[in-house]
Write a protein that binds this ligand. Structure first.
Ligand code: NDP
Length: 330
């Protein structure tokens, strides 16, 4: 078996040196446990936060210990009724090839209902984040003009497509390359998109949304948030999902300089954590899985192969190497 441990806490942008790749014995399951061989592992922006010691909603990873995260595996040994070899389970013991799990901490998934990798992406945690964030946190309603940043990523790509399907007047996305911008417009049906690296976000957004925006789904923070406030219409709503532009910052980052506009525009700005919305999971899957199966909702996945390349996958994710969900395939 092989596992990835946190070797040291990053200062700024993480590097390969922050990870240790360690070969170990394959563990044996005790009573009430299963042994799982992982097939797909998720790498997520939130893991950057957990590599730091700062207190947050999820506890920090400990230096010297195996990291963890969402993963999907196949049961190879079981001491538990209801779990048998060959079953597929979703669990939180990623960053390793083999995991011993309490059966109660793993969820069986149906490999015939959807491709296994989608349980970590469009039909999994990032998908639910998009769904709950748009419908609950941002209080989306038909006729809204919606702007989403990080639009070519796992969460953002679903936000934009859901908004379109649910009757948005106009959907605008930002992403970090010309190819991603093309993908948003040509493949995912966004009305407009821009590369935030091409020039000031405020100017590019204003040009893409001449009548302003009603909803901003924030995955990025920083300059994007200031631009969104500037383009917001009266009673606009901002769902703050992520702020990836500041995750590697070593100093406190500046706030939007136009916060007084919140008053005149009567804006609502609401933080969003997917863990508060698990109760919507069934509704989300019932609604979105058929749209994914029919191709009305498209999703992309970027695979990096091999456990030893998991750090590279994670570093790539932070740098924008992914379109759609970034996954490690074992
Ligand atoms: P993505 O698939 O969107 O991958 C991250 C993307 O962020 C990269 O592909 C890159 O794309 C973009 N990025 C990196 N640095 C910057 C930067 N400085 N400015 C702008 N964009 C940047 O990841 P997820 O879909 O998993 O997550 C998206 C966001 O949602 C993250 O902020 C994450 O923390 C948050 N999140 C929050 C949850 C919650 O419960 N609140 C749950 C899940 C995710 P590009 O090439 O476009 O730069």
């Amino acid at each position: 078996a092989t596992e990835i441990r946190l070797a040291s806490r990053p200062h700024g942008v993480p590097t390969q040196d922050n990870f240790d790749i360690v070969d170990t014995e394959i563990p044996s399951p005790g009573a009430g446990q299963i042994l799982v061989r992982n097939l797909f592992m998720s790498v997520d922006p939130a893991m950057r936060g957990r590599m730091s010691s700062a207190k947050s909603y999820a506890p920090p990873f400990e230096v010297g210990e195996v990291m963890s995260g969402g993963a999907l595996g196949e049961v190879v040994e079981s001491t538990v009724d209801g779990f048998k070899p060959g079953d597929h389970v979703l669990h939180q013991a990623g960053w390793r090839t083999h995991a011993v799990l309490d059966a109660a901490r793993s969820v069986k998934v149906d490999a015939s209902a959807a491709p296994l990798s989608t349980y970590l992406g469009v039909l999994g945690m990032p998908g639910l984040t998009a769904y709950a964030g748009l419908l609950v946190s941002a209080e989306f309603k038909p006729g809204d003009t919606v702007f989403v940043s990080g639009a070519a990523g796992a969460v953002g790509s679903l936000v934009g497509q859901l908004a379109k399907l649910k009757g948005a007047k106009r959907v605008i996305g930002s992403a970090g390359s010309a190819e991603k911008v093309r993908h948003l417009i040509d493949d995912l049906g966004f009305d407009a998109a821009f590369n935030y690296k091409d020039g000031p976000v405020t100017e590019q957004l204003a040009a893409a949304a001449p009548e302003g925006i009603d909803v901003y789904f924030d995955n990025v923070g920083g300059e994007h948030l200031e631009a969104a406030i500037a383009s917001m219409n009266l009673h606009g709503r901002i769902a703050v999902c992520g702020m990836i532009s500041v995750y590697n910052a070593t100093e406190p980052t500046p706030a939007p300089r136009n916060l007084p506009q919140i008053i005149a525009k009567r804006l609502t700005i609401r933080g969003l954590l997917v863990i508060d919305h698990w109760s919507l999971r069934e509704q989300f899957v019932t609604e979105v899985a058929p749209l994914v199966a029919s191709g009305e909702i498209k999703y992309s996945e970027t695979f990096v192969d091999g456990i030893r390349n998991a750090p590279e996958a994670f570093l790539g994710l932070l740098g924008g190497a992914n379109t759609g969900k970034m996954l490690v395939r074992l």
